[in-house]
Write a protein that binds this ligand. Structure first.
Ligand SMILES: NC(=O)c1ccc[n+]([C@@H]2O[C@H](COP(=O)([O-])OP(=O)(O)OC[C@H]3O[C@@H](n4cnc5c(N)ncnc54)[C@H](OP(=O)(O)O)[C@@H]3O)[C@@H](O)[C@H]2O)c1
Length: 267
């Protein structure tokens, strides 16, 4: 088995659990050294210890520039490069209608979901990627692609993150690729409100008939980090089991095919 990311180093923000932890594990399995961040050092170190030998946990709130800089510096000292940045830390303190929100919830949502990816990108580009190239992956959401009754402000921040991905891809090519992923409902703590008490109903509305697992999303992150995606930039890869299609259509039967044939015969 080849290790496409051997010798590369990745920082994954918000990696103590959920999608970030699965991404860190996936990148590590693909050969990368991995730095995992979380708001506390304890949570980050505990998560890193589950990932493997080439994993380091660092406490850094996603919007704390001093801690972020210290994290990038420590990554450079420990592993000698920062080839991959996964801007994964995200928050949603603003569940409900947009006009019921206040400035504090707006500011927190946009600080963590949009400003942090800008700031972490600045730091890794300056420290390594400008001279050596790299891949930046932003964790957006299908909430950023279409309105949702209760996720409007969060969705607006993710829509802006999708645009930021395109903008940075245009600004940072050819050496640095910038892509986003847009997951649907994934089994994590952040999204519990969306699935925990009614999983069968949610799964039933998804063409692939299940909610996502963090590993489903991690696989896409590894792909966008790896050389196999070297001609992809500015894209947003949806990983949602078809949820975004908005409808499931009952199984096609043999009779449906016969009906189609006879319709064809009539023309
Ligand atoms: N789950 C879904 O259905 C879904 C769908 C679409 C997009 N997403 C996106 O996926 C990303 C990961 O979310 P998740 O679902 O995996 O949630 P999760 O399981 O709750 O994990 C969130 C992670 O982010 C960390 N974190 C939270 N706030 C942070 C901050 N300010 N600074 C640094 N780290 C922070 C948490 O660590 P600590 O608490 O230890 O700090 C935790 O490791 C988010 O950007 C989210 O918007 C999720």
């Amino acid at each position: 088995m080849t290790a496409p990311l051997e010798g590369r180093t990745a920082i994954v923000t918000g990696a103590s659990r959920g999608i970030g932890l699965a991404a860190a594990a996936g990148l590590h399995a693909a050969g990368a050294n991995v730095v995992l961040t979380a708001r506390t050092r304890e949570a980050a170190e505990a998560a890193a210890s589950t990932v493997g030998e080439r994993a380091l946990g660092i406490g850094a709130h996603a919007t704390d520039q001093t801690r972020a800089r210290a994290c990038v510096d420590r990554t450079m000292e420990t592993f000698g490069s920062v080839d991959i940045l996964v801007n994964n830390a995200g928050t949603n303190p603003a569940y409900g209608r947009v006009l019921s929100q206040d400035h504090a919830r707006f500011a927190k949502t946009f600080d963590v979901n949009l400003w942090a990816p800008v700031m972490w990108s600045q730091l890794v580009v300056e420290a390594w990627m400008q001279a050596n190239g790299g891949s930046i992956i932003n964790t957006a959401s299908i909430s950023g692609l279409a309105p949702d009754p209760d996720l409007g402000l969060y969705g607006a921040s993710k829509a802006a993150l999708i645009f930021l991905t395109q903008q940075l891809a245009a600004e940072l090519g050819p050496g640095i690729r910038v892509n986003a992923i847009a997951p649907g409902v994934v089994r994590t703590r952040l999204a519990e409100l969306l699935w925990k008490d009614h999983e069968p109903e949610v799964a039933g509305r998804i063409p692939l008939k299940r909610i996502g697992e963090p590993e489903d999303v991690a696989a896409a992150i590894v792909f966008l980090a790896a050389p196999s995606s070297s001609w992809i930039t500015g894209e947003t890869l949806v990983i949602d089991g078809g949820q975004r299609l908005g409808a499931t259509i009952p199984d096609v039967t043999a009779a449906d095919f016969r009906a189609g044939d006879s319709a064809g015969d009539r023309t």
